[in-house]
Design a protein around this ligand. Structure first.
Ligand code: GLN
Length: 280
């Protein structure tokens, strides 16, 4: 069997199982098994594939047909143009989170700062920021042991382990340090909305990384309250928030003596990131 035939058999199975990106996913699975870029696979479609590859391909396609996210199947997700290791212990990095990275990198480029990432997951935010701000150091915390394992793996993979520590801790247990920049993409989905998420997300991604309690603001509040005590006077708190949460988040920030420095909107014009600093 050649690559072209195998790809179309995979795509057909995925299409039957209502995977919208059936063609692309089939190509990504095969290129990953052949350890090739998707582009180079697509210009060599007549290449014969081994029996072993066919078996592995069928196994992975069947996982995707059961709605497992491709990132978990391939154990990797591109974020900030880097390859992050992922497994089901941590949330899969989302492209909109790059907005947060972009804005804090712009603000702090070339500055020697201390960063804290609350609820670091794969470590994608703090590691991307550290990769661009070479003078910076940081700590990533997460209540999930599994997530911390993933983040540590990524810090080694990206050669950043000398500048970052990942600790399995709750944000309530952080004291005695001050930070110049606190970043967080906390769980912000309302508990009652979790059932409406796609199967890919709700059946495979860690609930703890998604569930923000009754109004979705439980963890956001904790992050803001804690930041009030551990952010340096001239520091910045950068938060990713969910759809429609801006108004409430803005009130909570005010109550805790913060003022907004910058708002970042996504392509649908929703405020998705809030950068705040202490009121003068
Ligand atoms: N900080 C990680 C990310 O942005 C994990 C976020 C989370 O678990 N809610 O992907």
């Amino acid at each position: 069997m050649n690559a072209s035939e195998l790809l179309s058999s995979g795509s057909k199975i995925l299409k039957k199982n209502k995977i919208e990106t059936h063609q692309l996913d089939s190509e990504l699975v095969l290129s990953s098994l052949l350890k090739k870029q998707r582009e180079s696979l697509l210009i060599n479609l007549n290449e014969e594939v081994s029996k072993n590859t066919i078996n592995n391909f069928e196994r992975l396609i069947s996982r995707r047909a059961h709605k497992e996210p491709l990132a978990y199947i391939l154990r990797s997700k591109e974020f900030w143009s880097k390859d992050f290791f992922v497994d089901k212990g941590a949330l899969i990095p989302r492209p909109e989170t790059e907005l947060l990275c972009e804005s804090v990198i712009k603000l702090f480029k070339n500055k020697k700062i201390h960063i804290l990432d609350m609820g670091t997951g794969t470590g994608c935010i703090i590691l991307s920021v550290l990769s661009e701000i070479k003078e910076a150091k940081g700590i990533g915390i997460d209540v999930s042991k599994e997530a911390i394992k993933v983040a540590k793996k990524n810090s080694k993979k990206l050669g950043l382990n000398k500048r970052v520590k990942f600790i399995n801790k709750s944000l309530e247990d952080i004291y005695g340090y001050k930070f110049d920049l606190i970043v967080s993409n906390p769980p912000y989905i309302k508990t009652s909305d979790i059932k409406n998420l796609s199967d890919d997300v709700k059946r495979f991604e860690p609930k703890i990384a998604l569930d923000g309690g009754k109004d979705g603001l439980d963890v956001i509040k904790k992050v803001i309250y804690k930041s009030n005590t551990i952010l340096n006077k001239l520091g910045i708190l950068a938060l990713e928030i969910g759809y429609g949460q801006y108004f409430k988040v803005s009130q909570i920030l005010k109550e805790k003596n913060f003022e907004e420095e910058l708002l970042v909107r996504d392509y649908r014009d929703n405020v998705r990131c809030v950068l705040a600093k202490f009121k003068d």
